[in-house]
Design a protein around this ligand. Structure first.
Ligand code: SF4
Ligand code: MG
Length: 284
């Protein structure tokens, strides 16, 4: 049997190479974490590759579905979770993985995100967060930090970004984690935890766009941006004992929540069973 590294490589469609991502982009590293986490579980027999479906929206991150050897849907902007919800409801036995960017997920897709989390539907959602709209040349997204420079904020951005993990937690997601491209091995563990979890699972992967974010914000290469991730990430354990001013400008990494609660399609099945067990016309 192939080892896990070979298996991970076999999950990539090399007939689709070369990929579209720029040199130094973080998205390949994040996709690598997803592929390795899936390969580990396929090798262990806990995931059947024939039952994996990958779903994405629109944007640089969303191109990832086309590079994967699974059934998949490259859907419409912001609607990946809506498509994924339909697939999971129709075929609850499938392992449905959503690949999305910060613009796709948090702007036009924001309502799908919060309601899927609230329902605790069994999707694994991985957000490639590069804090910008990369594919359309660097407009600010809901994740762009204050004072950053973007195509649509040439004098500095005045809005506050979301904290996507806090948003997911507030909406009831039952598995929530944040990692970063720099910490690829840890990111693989977080995606693995999300795949193992039965319920709405969200992983924010801090990624880098040197082309449209870095170059405008004094980080001209992917390496500069990876260094920024290394220097600004704080583990949850360290954050718990830090003074608030010590966390300014930093981002927390780790598993924020891993909690079992009734999964939506199983609850829905219970309702279907109750409804179909009634005799038509029994008046109950
Ligand atoms: Fe990556 Fe940015 Fe290039 Fe898109 S534009 S592929 S996010 S570096
Ligand atoms: Mg983006």
């Amino acid at each position: 049997m192939a080892n896990t590294a070979d298996l991970a490589l076999s999950l990539l469609r090399d007939d689709r190479l070369p990929h579209i991502w720029c040199a130094g982009c973080g998205h390949g590293i994040v996709l690598g974490a997803i592929v390795r986490a899936l390969a580990e579980r396929i090798a262990a027999g806990s995931i059947d590759p024939a039952k994996v479906v990958v779903v994405s929206g629109i944007g640089c991150a969303s191109r990832a579905t086309g590079y994967l050897n699974f059934d998949g849907v490259h859907s419409t902007h912001g609607r990946a979770i809506a498509f994924a919800t339909g697939i999971k409801l129709a075929r609850p036995e499938l392992e449905v993985v959503v690949i999305t960017g910060d613009g796709d997920l948090a702007a036009i897709g924001g309502n799908h995100f919060i309601h899927a989390a609230r329902r605790n539907i069994g999707l694994t959602v991985v957000c490639f967060n590069n804090a910008i709209y990369g594919m359309t040349s660097g407009q600010y997204s809901p994740m762009t930090p204050r004072e950053a420079i973007a195509t649509t904020a040439p004098y500095g951005h005045i809005e506050r970004p979301f904290d996507l993990c806090e948003l997911a937690l507030a909406c009831g997601a039952t598995y929530v984690a944040r990692g970063a491209a720099y910490f690829a091995a840890r990111l693989t563990e977080y995606v693995g935890g999300a795949l193992d979890h039965d319920g709405f699972s969200f992983v924010e992967a801090v990624s880098q766009c040197p082309t449209y974010f870095g170059r405008r914000n004094r980080m001209s290469t992917g390496v500069d941006m990876l260094r920024w991730q290394k220097d600004h990430a704080v583990t949850l354990a360290r954050a718990a004992s830090a003074e608030p001013e010590g966390l300014a400008g930093k981002f927390k990494v780790g598993v924020f929540r891993d909690r079992e609660e009734p999964e939506y399609t199983k609850e829905y099945d219970r309702i279907i069973q109750a409804a179909t067990s009634r005799t038509v016309g029994d008046g109950k």
